[in-house]
Design a binder for this molecule. Structure first.
Ligand code: MG
Length: 287
């Protein structure tokens, strides 16, 4: 099942995508009484709503063509987005050397989040080195702490695509990653969330990033240094994970900084990140 949040007449509305059409939660309420109209609440209550949605008959419901939609981020995170750094060996090598022995974890502020096709600001007043990072992202569906690798799958709601846009100069200057990772609008997410049952093995998906149509990143998630179950187990050891938490799993080789000379983003660049079984997240850079 694909779930999205779109903007209709200025209001963010959640819904389901089926066969190229989007159905607002509002439009299916006569079949599914009380279904939440926002995906944060929906995910929190997903054990109740997912089985009901699976039975839904959309034959008589009125859908809107997906191409005509104005997307928002599927969910508005209540806290920082968790990010795994250098989770592909080839990216670790292009960045600054050897792959990490222990998982690198940093976060992005919730104010970074934007949706599919929303513009990424160039932020020329604070950075000259804006870079893209195409990533698969995990959406947590159930609250938990000290989750074992064996149990990790139970805590996943689904997956989406995320662009971990980074100001490389700020990332280097301030030592810790936070500022360089948290410029407003530097975390496009979407276009939608796909529930885990439709994704299959998320540790074996093709991931590709194009800038202006040119392939820059091409890899498979089977190359993760720290696979998804280990990410969830490590993060939750002493910290509670909650429904709606988003975890970016790291980016493959081929970021702008990895080229000689580096190829940072400029006004008008279009970034497309395609992840198998999920879709394509597209955003344009705008000064
Ligand atoms: Mg990243």
């Amino acid at each position: 099942m694909k779930l999205a949040t779109v903007v209709i007449e200025g209001i963010e509305t959640a819904g389901v995508i089926d066969g190229g059409l989007f159905y607002t939660m509002e439009s299916i309420r006569d079949q599914v009484e009380g279904i939440p109209n926002d995906l944060n609440t929906f995910i929190e209550q997903s054990s109740e709503w997912l089985p009901v949605l699976a039975e839904l008959d959309l034959t008589d419901a009125e859908g809107v063509a997906v191409e005509s939609l104005q997307f928002a981020s599927p969910i508005r995170p209540n806290k920082n987005i968790f990010c795994i750094g250098k989770n592909y060996a080839a990216h670790a090598r292009e960045f600054d050397g050897t792959p990490p022995e222990n998982m690198i974890v940093f976060t992005k502020a919730p104010t970074t989040v934007i949706g599919h096709k929303q513009p990424i600001s160039l932020h020329a007043e604070v950075t000259n080195e804006l870079d893209y990072e195409g990533e698969l992202a995990i959406v947590i569906g159930k609250k938990g702490r000290a989750i074992s690798r064996e149990e990790a799958e139970d805590y996943i709601f689904g997956y989406t695509i995320l662009n971990d846009v980074t100001a490389r100069d700020l990332q280097a200057k301030h030592q810790q990653f936070f500022l360089g990772k948290s410029l407003d609008g530097s975390c496009p997410i979407g276009p939608w969330i796909v529930t885990k049952d439709e994704v299959g093995d998320a540790c074996d998906l093709e991931i590709e990033t194009k800038v202006n149509g040119e392939v820059r990143q091409s890899a498979r998630t089977s190359l993760f240094l720290f696979p998804i179950d280990e990410i969830i187990a490590t993060l939750s050891k002493g910290m509670t994970l909650e429904p709606g938490d988003i975890i970016a799993t790291g980016t493959p080789a081929g970021v702008g900084k990895g080229f000689k000379p580096p190829r940072y983003l400029k006004d008008g660049d279009v970034i497309e990140i395609c992840v198998e079984s999920i879709g394509t997240l597209v955003n344009k850079v705008q000064s």
